[in-house]
Design a protein around this ligand. Structure first.
Ligand SMILES: Cc1ncc(COP(=O)(O)O)c(C=O)c1O
Length: 322
């Protein structure tokens, strides 16, 4: 197996959500990957344990990655690089309105920010930057969007092993809900569930309008190099009904879900990923489409550090119009 650095606070908590369960009339649990700790936590910590180990093994002195202006992946990469004494460059696509949320934290972690306008190719910009750094004598390590490749996804195959050790014998979740933004978390979880023979249906809630099934298959194919079983088409279940106005743009249903979990359980979600995934979970219960042969697990992937950047959306929706 490839090397892995210990960067995250693991295992993350697994606990029930008693007040939300009572509210929706269905047993709900949560896996707290918002508490992985690295640079305020989130799902990327598990991927970065493998990716940063690879960077160190390749003797990189600089890490470059890409994302949206409020990317959690970029913020956590910046924190990981700072903790290892590596220079960090972030190519962030989008319109910067104010230095808030993750953008502010990136600056505190000492990252170099390269903002590019919407529509531009951020991977091309990353490659160009890597060439420039190499010609200055530096040794850059590039991480693609979301850290979603075969190596990064191993962190989520491991997470299933962690989940299994936390579950009482013979307990299985009917359904596991997780947001899908670049596919690596979903691919790793699907591979881990398969490798451990767990029957839970893994339901991905897409937060972008990309065709994720082939992307997830490609990541899984890369991971099979490390001995994981291949995924079949029927292992991938995606719902595109909660994207709202588009990637990175808050939806009313997502904002309501954030409000509900915060007020009933004291747990924070975010408007880009986990709020939309929770909106999906609530709708699946309401319409009785969620797997009903066991409790439902919400895999919390983090994102709350971006909340201050979404103040307007979070204060202007009608909170209790559920
Ligand atoms: C908070 C949060 N949740 C979920 C995701 C989606 O994970 P993945 O990119 O592995 O699909 C991301 C990705 O950036 C994220 O930041």
């Amino acid at each position: 197996m490839p090397k892995r650095l210990s960067m995250a606070a693991l295992p993350t908590r697994l606990h029930s959500l008693p007040r939300l369960s009572e509210y929706v009339g269905c047993e709900l649990w949560i896996k707290r990957d918002d508490e992985t700790g690295l640079g305020l936590g989130g799902n990327k910590a598990r991927k970065l344990e493998y990716l940063m180990a690879d960077a160190v093994q390749q003797e990189a002195d600089t890490v470059i990655t890409v994302g949206g202006v409020q990317s959690n992946h970029a913020r956590m990469t910046a924190a990981a690089a700072a903790s290892l004494g590596l220079e960090c460059h972030l190519v962030l696509r989008g319109v910067v309105q104010e230095q808030q949320g993750n953008l502010l934290l990136n600056a505190l972690f000492g990252a170099n920010i390269h903002c590019i306008p919407p529509g531009n190719d951020r991977e091309a910009k990353m490659e160009q930057l890597a060439d420039e750094l190499r010609s200055d004598g530096r040794r850059p390590y590039c991480i693609g969007v979301g850290g979603s490749n075969g190596l990064g996804s191993l962190g989520y195959a491991d997470a299933v092993c962690e989940l299994r050790t936390q579950l009482p014998d013979d307990t299985d979740f009917g359904e596991i809900i997780v947001p899908v933004g670049s596919g690596g978390t979903y691919a790793g979880l699907a591979l881990g569930l398969k490798a451990h023979g767990m029957r839970s249906c893994l339901q991905g809630i897409a937060v972008d309008d990309m065709d994720f099934a082939p992307i997830i298959q490609e990541i899984a194919a890369e991971a099979s190099f490390f001995g994981l079983p291949p995924l079949e088409d029927q292992d991938i279940c995606l719902d595109y009904g909660f994207l709202g106005p588009g990637y990175g743009i808050p939806s009313k249903a997502g904002c309501r879900a954030i409000d509900l979990l915060a007020s009933l359980e004291g747990i924070l979600l975010d408007p880009v990923y986990t709020g939309k995934a929770m909106a999906g979970l609530l709708r699946r219960i309401e319409t009785k489409t969620a797997g009903n042969d066991g409790p439902i697990l919400f895999w919390h992937t983090g994102g709350a550090p971006s909340l201050p950047a979404f103040r307007e959306a979070l204060t202007s929706f009608e909170a209790h119009d559920v």
